[in-house]
Each structure stands twice: as structure tokens, then as C-alpha cells.
Design a protein around this ligand. Structure first.
Ligand SMILES: [Zn+2]
Length: 331
């Protein structure tokens, strides 16, 4: 079993010794993916940190939430897997049907090439979605690094989001990520042109290494409708920089389950980052010599958050807001 939860003694030990006293009673995980049977083409499973899976449905999620955050009341913002080859309608319909909006809050995958204005508006109004999850790949450019934020989120879609006051969970494109001047300009434009939209930069703008945030966060952090989620951030210095620079109400805890349940860690090397995993994965360097015992990306993230809270002497109130209140306010 590839999911590194407290079902394994070694993870239970980490939880009891390092995390149990730190985590609040209630946890809202603002960034996780759920996809039902039939979304992924049979025969080409999704590689979840190097572990092939064909589905990750709400029952899987319920079980894992209870085993990764034992003893906690948990809530989650859920969206599908934004891969062009996957069955996006099936995934959206599933989430609209199974999310109860009390514990599980759905976002809708958005495809600028397939979605149409009238139908999108109807679905957002009646489907109980809290917002959109666009993705660079849906723009379908030959090189995904050439994608622009405004192509992922054309004006007609943002006008609907703005009218309805919804969330956008934005995985920014381009090689330089948060450091890319065009990205910065277009994030600012989204915030200014659509003041009722709530823009969440997933993975702190995908800035997994320190140089990517330093000097860049400052250019965008002042917008009242811009938020940052921490999904897959294992790097305490990046988190410390964010916690120092950005208003506490703008920071949202998120994990990126199910990927974050896999064993591994994101590391910075010479102003770049990579994942290190025990199993080969296209995004990682793997521990071929089997030298290390790993825990989940998720526990590495929680360790990094805890370290920064201690370093900066942040309050219990800060922690409660980060893990629950800030996100609930957005919803
Ligand atoms: Zn994600």
C-alpha cells in the first residue's frame, strides 16, 4: 500500500510525537483531487508519486482523511484531475453529486476550449460549485510553458466568476512560475479587473524554492482578493518567507491529496527543486539504492509549517486560521 498514513507504525509515531499537539481540532484541506471510476482511461492509470491508480473517490478520501489526520474533524475543497485526456464531464458531475457542501466543497474543472458561457454559468449557478479549477494543459499549446493565465481564464469565464463571487484555484503556467513577469502582470490584472473573484495561487504560485518567492511575492501580495495555498510545500524557508510577507488571513492550508499521501519529499538544490521518492516517478529523483525510509509529502509539509510557526513564534490563533478559519471565510 503506497499511502503513507498512520496505518503504518512509523507514520503514527511521527504523528504522535510531532504533529498531534500542533494540529488544531478542525482541519479544512483547501486543495485536493478526487476522481471517480471511469475518469482515467483504462490502461493508462494516473501516476500518483510513481504509484499507478485508476481512481480516487470520496470513499477513499474519507478513509485517508481519518488516517492521516487522526482524531481531527476534517473538511475539504475537492476538484477533479485536470488532464486533457481524462473524462472531465464525468469528474465534474461526480463531484457535484457527492460533495455535501457541509464537509466537502466542490470546485469545477474548467476547460476554455470545451466549456461554453451559457452552460458554464448555468452549471455554476445550479451545480453548487464554489469556483473553477483551470489548468495550463487545457489551453492545448504545443509547449505548455508558453501558456498565459488569460488563456487559461478567458474574460467571458472570469466575468461569470466575478458576477457570482466565486473562487479560482490557479496553478500558474510558465517556466519561471511566480518569478515570471507576465504571470505577475496577469495575476494583478485578474485581481483588479475581477474584484469579486477570489484568486488562490496554488502551491504559493508553484514557488517550491526560495529564489522563486524572494522579491516576487511583494509585487502581488497586496491585493485583497488574492490568496495562497500551501499544497506540496515542504520547504520551511519558502513558508517562512510567505508567513512574514503576506497577511495571515491570505494563507490557506492545502495538501494535494492523493499525491501528498505518497512517500517523498520536495527538496531545493542549487536554486531549483525536485521531488525525491522511493519509487521512480517522472517528476522525481528516486532513491534507487533504498537508503532512506520516507514518510508522506503531507507530513513533510506539516513539519515545515510547524517549524515556521515555532521559529516566528506565531499564535494559536494564526494556526487555527491557517488550517480552518481563513478557508471557511472564503467558502
Ligand atoms: Zn493539485
Amino acid at each position: 500500500m503506497w499511502r503513507e498514513t498512520t496505518k503504518y507504525e512509523r507514520n503514527l509515531k511521527i504523528f504522535q510525537e510531532e504533529l498531534d499537539d500542533f494540529l488544531p481540532d478542525t482541519i479544512l484541506d483547501f486543495h485536493l483531487h478526487v476522481f471517480n471510476e471511469g475518469v482515467v482511461p483504462a490502461g493508462s492509470p494516473y501516476s500518483c508519486g510513481g504509484h499507478p491508480i485508476l481512481q480516487y473517490d470520496l470513499d477513499d478520501l474519507r478513509q485517508d482523511l481519518s488516517e492521516i489526520y487522526p482524531g481531527r474533524k476534517t473538511l475539504a475543497v475537492c476538484f477533479g484531475f485536470p488532464h486533457v485526456e481524462y473524462d472531465f464531464t464525468r469528474n465534474n458531475e461526480y463531484l457535484a453529486r457527492v460533495c455535501d457542501r457541509q464537509r466537502f466543497f466542490p470546485l469545477r474543472l474548467f476547460d476554455p476550449k470545451k466549456d461554453q458561457p451559457a452552460a458554464l454559468r448555468r452549471e455554476l449557478e445550479s451545480g453548487g460549485f464554489y469556483g473553477l479549477k483551470p489548468y495550463p494543459d487545457y489551453v492545448r499549446k504545443p509547449n505548455v510553458n508558453d501558456v498565459e493565465i488569460h488563456e487559461m481564464l478567458p474574460a467571458w469565464a472570469m466575468e461569470i466568476v466575478n458576477d457570482l463571487g466565486l473562487i479560482v484555484m490557479l496553478h500558474i503556467p510558465r517556466k519561471a512560475r511566480l518569478a515570471d513577469p507576465l504571470n505577475q502582470q496577469q495575476v494583478v490584472e485578474l485581481c483588479e479587473w475581477y474584484p469579486n473573484a477570489k484568486i488562490v495561487l496554488a502551491h504559493i504560485g508553484r514557488a517550491y524554492y526560495l529564489k522563486n518567492v524572494v522579491g516576487n511575492l511583494e509585487k502581488i501580495k497586496h491585493f485583497p482578493n488574492l490568496y495562497f495555498d500551501l499544497a506540496m510545500l515542504n520547504h520551511w524557508e519558502v513558508l517562512e518567507y510567505l508567513f512574514r510577507e503576506v497577511d495571515a488571513s491570505k494563507i490557506l492550508y492545502g495538501s494535494d491529496i492523493p499525491i501528498a499521501l505518497a512517500p517523498g519529499k520536495s527538496v531545493e538544490i542549487n536554486d531549483q527543486y525536485t521531488y525525491v521518492t522511493p519509487t521512480p516517478w517522472e517528476l522525481s529523483i528516486s532513491d534507487d539504492h533504498k537508503k532512506l525510509v520516507f514518510t508522506s509529502f503531507l507530513y513533510e509539509e506539516l513539519r515545515a509549517i510547524k517549524k515556521v510557526v515555532q521559529n516566528l513564534n506565531l499564535s494559536r490563533e494564526f494556526v487555527d486560521r491557517l488550517f480552518y478559519k481563513n478557508g471557511m471565510q472564503l467558502l
